[in-house]
Structures are given as structure tokens and as C-alpha cells.
Design a protein. Structure first.
Length: 469
């Protein structure tokens, strides 16, 4: 068995069969494709992700590249912890492709212990990792319910807030495996709501008054979506949703924030309609080091054009990942967003500092605005990689892999907001930098330890995590 350099692709040959032709201009005929190792996942789901099929011919000059691309596309379904491609030579011109996969563990009925703050760093520094600011309960997720990569999620959380929700996502719902749908619904209650951002770009919270009510806000929502993916790298999302949000009457008092919903009321019925185009062609969708991805998103909130929560949002992003050779990698990530009209309700003014939209080094701050721009650049080197076998046998996880990257980075950002909502960091260039270590382990769990500094002279150590399940 000969392992091709640069790919998890190998050739194997029966002793009684002929050697493959060696003319690089010639082609090999795919006599058959065999799938091995899948117990739950349907064969046709794996075959759908491969750019060639039984009966096709592949030029010998591009054989290695074609097999590696197919392996990468199957792996990027996130259904498998390992994907191997082997070629069995049947004759001088005929081959058989053998796809050997190791399925991940798909069912997670696990207890939940989840902080309510924006990120781990804020929870530790601002609230001293207080256990009173966590939600606990049960999370049930099945990532491959029927073997068609359909996902069922159920959350039953209590504690600092309540969250009861479910969603079902079926990406392959038609015979051609090009269309899908997603549905979801949920209800949540909160003991604390961020009702305003102060001049120093930190959130001000209104907390429940236990004498009157244990919770100060609630949200109910339902949503449905349609997806279209005819090829391998491009996908279209169409979504519609309805939500009803209610907050304590005290939040909209003149001394707090009467602009919370921009309607003078403590409740709002919100209709959202959105379309997103997404392009993803990377070597690993959960931790890319080579390739590119991009998206364009259009979203209409409310049925009107001005006043209340009515808004139109356009957002776009582009990510490029470069393999520089000798285990060096670089990346650049671009993102821009604009929300119209420029005068918006407070809940529509989220700029940078929420979710994954932040500058490394400004994790403790939020910069509100209706227009944002963000550039992230990273240079890193893989410096060690190893596997630790488990003392007990688990077929889906025979060992725990570890890969470490050392990195340095720099970020630029800008947030525009209209008066009277301008704070310290609105409407000016933002810049941060730092260095750190990324640890990548099983199921693409990514642990990032970063020492960052910003233009305010602040510096510190930050921890971020990302999970592939």
C-alpha cells in the first residue's frame, strides 16, 4: 500500500491484477465506489459529497488532487472523526475507490452548566466566576438522527435564566439531496437584562426585583427555514421567524432606556425575514488552515421601514486561509455590516463585542453601532502534533489527538453609531494585537489561550473555546 504524499489517500492492489497505466495523460475508470465503516450514516449521504461517481473517469495527473478533495468534502460534513480514501486497481484502466470512515459519537444527552455572560473572560473577571450566574439543566442533541445528517436539539435549562427550546434541521429532504429545511421554537425568561451601554462601552443591567417578579424579561419565538445546496461549496438559506419580547416596565423609564424597543412600550412583536448566501471551500470547516469562505446576508426586521424595531440589515464577510509551507499558516478575515435606518432601537444597535464579532483584546467591552467593519489577521505555526491512545476501547474514539499552534495576530475595527448613542469607542479606528497558542483536539475542539493588548493600554490573558459538537 502506497500512501500519497500530502493526502490521506492510498493505493492498494491485488496480486493478480494488472498494474495501472503510467501515462499521465491517460485516465482511470471508476468501476465502483465502496463505503466502509459507516453504521448510522447512509451511503448516499457520503456519495453526495464526492465530486465523482461510479462510472466516471479521472485523469492520472489529477488523481491525488481529486481524491484529497473528495476526502475533505466528506470530512467537512462533521459526521466523521476520520476519513480515508483507498484505490484498488482492478485492471490497467479500471479502479475501485474505497471510502473508509470512522463515525463520530452522534448522541449527546448531557447535563448542562452554562454561564449567562457574553464570554468566559467576562464571567471570570467581572463576576468572579460566580456559580449564581450559570444555567443548568439538560441538553439533548442528535447530530445524525436518521443517518441523513439531520440534527435534533432540545434544551431544558434553569438557573439564572430559563431556556426551553428545540430545533430540527434536515439538510437533505428531497431525492436529489439538494434541498432542506429547519424548524425551531423556544421560550426563555431572564433575571437580568442589559438595558443600556454606558459611555465606557460596558453593559448596564437591570436585575429582577424578587418582591414583584423573579424575571425581568421573556422571549417566545418560532422560526422556519429552507436551504438550497446544489453543488458542494455554495448554499442558500431562506428564513422566517416571529418572536415576542417583553421586558419590565422599569427598563423603558426615562432614567433607564425609553429607546429599548423604540416604541415607548415594554413589549414588541418582531417578524424577521432573511436570506443568506454562503460559500465554503476549506480544508476543515471547524478549524481552517487552507481555502476560503464567504457569505452575504440580507435581513428585514419588522414590516415597516422606520420606527420601532423596523430595520434592514446587510452584512458580508470573506475569510482567506493560506498554507505557507513548513507548517506555517496565515489568515485574514473581513466583515462588514450596515443597518438602516441609522436611528435604531437599542436592541438593534449591537456592533462589536457580541458573539464571534469582537476584536481580540476588547473582550470585556461592547461597541454599539449600526455600521461595523472588522479585519482580523493571524500568523501561526504548527509546532507539535501527537496522539494519546485510550486505555479502554471506544471504536468512535480510539485515541485523543493533540495539535498545537503558536500564533501572533492583529485586529482592526470600526463601529459607527448615530448621536445620541455615541460612546467612548464609537466612530473611531480600533486596533488590538497579541500572541497565543491554539490547541486542537478530538472532534475539532479548539482551545485558544491569547495574551492581547489594545489601544487603551489594557492587556490581559483571554481564554476562548470552540466545540465541534
Amino acid at each position: 500500500m502506497l500512501l500519497l504524499q500530502g493526502a490521506s489517500v492510498s493505493f492498494c492492489q491485488n496480486k493478480n491484477t494488472a498494474q495501472p497505466i503510467t501515462d499521465a495523460a491517460g485516465k482511470l475508470h471508476i468501476k465502483d465506489i465502496i463505503i466502509k465503516g459507516n453504521k448510522k450514516t447512509k451511503d448516499y449521504i457520503i456519495l453526495r459529497e464526492m465530486q465523482f461517481k461510479k462510472g466516471d473517469s479521472i485523469a492520472i495527473a489529477t488523481l491525488n488532487e481529486e481524491l484529497e478533495q473528495a476526502r475533505r468534502q466528506v470530512y467537512n460534513t462533521t459526521l466523521f472523526s476520520e476519513v480515508k480514501m483507498e484505490i484498488a486497481v482492478l485492471s490497467a484502466y479500471d479502479i475501485m475507490v474505497v471510502v473508509d470512515v470512522r463515525e463520530r459519537w452522534y448522541i449527546y444527552p448531557v447535563p448542562q452548566f452554562k454561564m449567562v455572560d457574553r464570554n468566559f473572560n467576562e464571567w471570570v473577571k467581572t463576576y468572579n466566576a460566580s456559580l449564581s450566574r450559570v444555567n443548568y439543566g439538560l441538553k439533548f442533541v442528535h447530530y445524525n438522527l436518521s443517518g441523513r445528517r439531520d440534527q435534533l436539539r432540545i434544551f431544558l435549562l434553569n438557573g439564572f435564566s430559563r431556556d426551553f427550546s428545540f430545533s430540527y434541521n434536515a439538510p437533505y429532504s428531497n431525492k436529489a439531496l439538494s434541498e432542506g429545511f429547519v424548524i425551531g421554537a423556544g421560550y426563555s425568561q431572564k433575571k437580568e437584562i442589559a438595558y443600556k451601554t454606558n459611555y465606557s462601552d460596558t453593559l448596564l443591567f437591570y436585575t429582577s426585583d424578587s418582591v414583584r417578579s423573579k424575571f425581568v424579561g421573556s422571549t417566545f419565538y418560532v422560526s422556519a427555514g429552507y436551504t438550497l445546496r446544489k453543488g458542494f461549496f455554495s448554499k442558500h438559506y431562506f428564513n422566517a421567524g416571529f418572536s415576542r419580547m417583553m421586558v419590565s416596565d422599569s427598563i423603558i423609564l426615562p432614567k433607564n432606556n425609553p429607546n429599548y424597543f423604540n416604541n415607548g412600550k415594554a413589549a414588541a412583536n418582531i417578524i424577521d425575514l432573511s436570506y443568506t448566501y454562503q460559500y465554503v471551500n476549506v480544508n476543515n470547516v471547524l478549524y481552517a488552515t487552507k481555502g476560503k469562505s464567504a457569505f452575504i446576508s440580507l435581513k428585514k426586521t419588522g414590516l415597516g421601514f422606520t420606527g420601532g424595531i423596523n430595520s434592514f440589515t446587510a452584512e458580508a464577510g470573506l475569510n482567506r486561509y493560506f498554507d505557507l509551507g513548513k507548517k506555517w499558516y496565515s489568515s485574514i478575515q473581513l466583515n462588514g455590516k450596515i443597518r438602516l435606518p441609522l436611528y435604531q432601537a437599542y436592541i438593534n444597535q449591537r456592533g462589536l463585542g457580541y458573539g464571534d464579532s469582537y476584536l481580540r483584546g476588547l473582550e470585556y467591552l461592547v461597541i454599539d453601532g449600526v455600521g461595523t467593519g472588522l479585519i482580523k489577521t493571524t500568523l501561526k505555526k504548527k509546532f507539535i502534533e501527537f496522539k494519546i491512545p485510550l486505555p479502554f476501547k471506544i471504536k468512535s474514539l480510539p485515541y485523543i489527538p493533540f495539535t498545537f499552534f503558536a500564533k501572533t495576530y492583529g485586529d482592526l475595527g470600526y463601529v459607527y453609531n448615530k448621536k445620541p448613542f455615541v460612546t467612548r469607542l464609537n466612530n473611531q479606528l480600533l486596533y488590538t494585537g497579541g500572541f497565543g497558542i491554539d490547541m486542537l483536539t478530538f472532534y475539532d475542539i479548539n482551545l485558544r489561550l491569547e495574551y492581547s493588548f489594545n489601544q487603551l493600554g489594557q492587556k490581559g490573558l483571554f481564554l476562548h473555546t470552540q466545540s465541534g459538537f
